[in-house]
Design a binder for this molecule. Structure first.
Ligand code: PMP
Length: 428
């Protein structure tokens, strides 16, 4: 809207270039599955911010919990004990698998993955000596933008500016079956061997439960072998659930699709449906390695964020929003597959899990990323009232769909109709 130009210009003037790139819509209000600007425009939200508002934007119960907390007079208490942090840790532990009952609260997903890498290495050194510090992530993976998390991720563009790259942090090919065709566990073993490592000097493996660029899952058999290999060599296995957790895929945790339990879980985003909170959840032997006072952060377990998280998790459970994602997932996938069938030339691959889906947009007839077309599809969508974030993926080729889990079947179908038209018109 032309009246929003002043705000856009202010942002351009005062912020770094890296903050640009999203559709130029100035959010004024966000309510459940809708985004509003100040000028009478309304969008169906297919971003959930960035897979954050699983319980919908500004859910009344969550807002009330936050307002009550603010009015109680406690909005910050560093790591001094508080009831709010105790309640958040307890409810998060209650939704975590058997054996993973220690919860360390932080503020961002990157902090959680960075912490998991640190914990894995400390554990490695303890059980295997100074050389057991290797960390394996996966190609096209994403774990955040702090140094170790960025390097453990597999986006070439993000690694490019790291100086003093850590030679003990490396990637194995993510076995998605599309960009990496060989999905055997041998690809993992070979990647380590190529770097001169073995199980004896690897401390940890960190993997997104589904890879965000898709969503793509590894074959179950691969993950079972990975779990067995980690057990054999006393390697800490971390599943990064920052975007996959809290019901998104139709299971509360996405690793439940594998039937395998990690040693550490990193989560964030959907933990609070909007407030900056993240967590590392894990086994006591790994979580309790550092003495009192040595793993803190200024805003860890902020009471307002904790109050939001408790209300959010209760809402997810009470309304069975995970079940809603499981129920609507097949409808979304079918619609995406129908688009692929109409445009097999440029929609190279489609994948989904619950209420997250991705269209891999390719150059006509080739298995090569097509950022421009992905961008055009998204642009047409937001011009027609459907908001997606800018294309994601290793090459900016993925049109990613991730509505709040409160979406109704009717609203989902309405949005699918918009996407249909946008792809048809972008290709034409
Ligand atoms: N891991 C995954 C899988 C993510 O999707 C993200 C955020 N997109 C992160 C880690 C980093 O989280 P944050 O941006 O909160 O630091």
């Amino acid at each position: 809207h032309p009246d929003s130009i002043a705000t856009l210009e202010k942002l351009r003037r005062c912020e770094p270039l890296s903050m640009r790139g999203m559709p130029p819509i100035v959010w004024d209000k966000a309510q459940d599955i809708y985004i509003f600007d100040k000028y009478g425009n309304k969008w169906l939200d297919w971003s959930s911010g960035v897979l954050v508002t699983n319980a919908g934007h500004a859910a009344p119960e969550i807002c009330k919990a936050m307002i009550d907390q603010i009015q109680s007079g406690l909005i910050h208490n560093y790591v001094f004990p508080s009831e709010e942090r105790a309640e958040a840790a307890e409810i998060i532990a209650s939704v975590s698998p058997e054996g993973l009952k220690k919860v360390f609260l932080l503020s961002s997903g990157s902090e959680a993955t960075e912490c998991a890498i640190k914990l894995s290495r400390a554990h490695g050194i303890k059980v295997g000596g100074r050389s057991k510090i290797g960390i394996i992530g996966f190609t096209r993976g994403y774990h955040g933008r702090t140094l170790a998390s960025q390097q453990a991720g597999g986006m070439a563009g993000l690694k490019a500016w790291i100086v003093n790259e850590d030679p003990a942090i490396m990637n194995a090919p993510f076995p998605d079956g599309y960009w990496t065709e060989d999905t055997s566990f041998d690809t993992f073993l070979k990647a380590i061997e190529d770097k001169g490592f073995t199980g004896d000097n690897i401390a940890g493996v960190i993997m997104e439960s589904y890879q965000g660029v898709g969503p793509e899952f590894a074959p179950v058999e691969y993950i079972e072998k990975l779990r067995a290999w980690c057990d054999k060599y006393n390697v800490v296995l971390t599943f990064d659930e920052v975007q996959a957790g809290f019901g998104r895929t139709g299971k509360f945790w996405a690793f439940e699709h594998y039937g395998v339990t990690p040693d550490l879980i990193c989560c964030g985003k959907g933990i609070s449906s909007g407030m900056p909170l993240s967590a590392v959840i894990g086994r006591e032997a790994i979580m309790d390695q550092f003495p009192p006072g040595s793993m803190t952060s200024t805003h860890t377990g902020n009471p307002v964020c904790c109050a939001a998280a408790v209300a959010n998790i209760k809402k997810l459970l009470d309304e069975d929003l995970t079940g809603n994602a499981a129920r609507l997932g097949p409808i979304l996938l079918e619609r995406c597959k129908a688009i692929q069938k109409r445009h097999p030339d440029v929609v190279g691959h489609v994948s989904s899990a619950g209420l997250v889906a991705g269209l891999q947009i390719t150059l006509p007839g080739k298995k090569e990323p097509n950022h421009d077309l992905a961008h055009r599809i998204i642009e047409i969508c937001y011009q027609r009232g459907l908001l997606l974030f800018a294309p994601v993926g290793a090459w900016g080729q993925t049109v990613k769909i991730c509505p709040p889990l409160t979406v109704t079947e009717e609203a989902l179908i309405e949005a699918c109709d918009v996407l249909d038209g946008a792809v048809d018109d972008a290709v034409a």
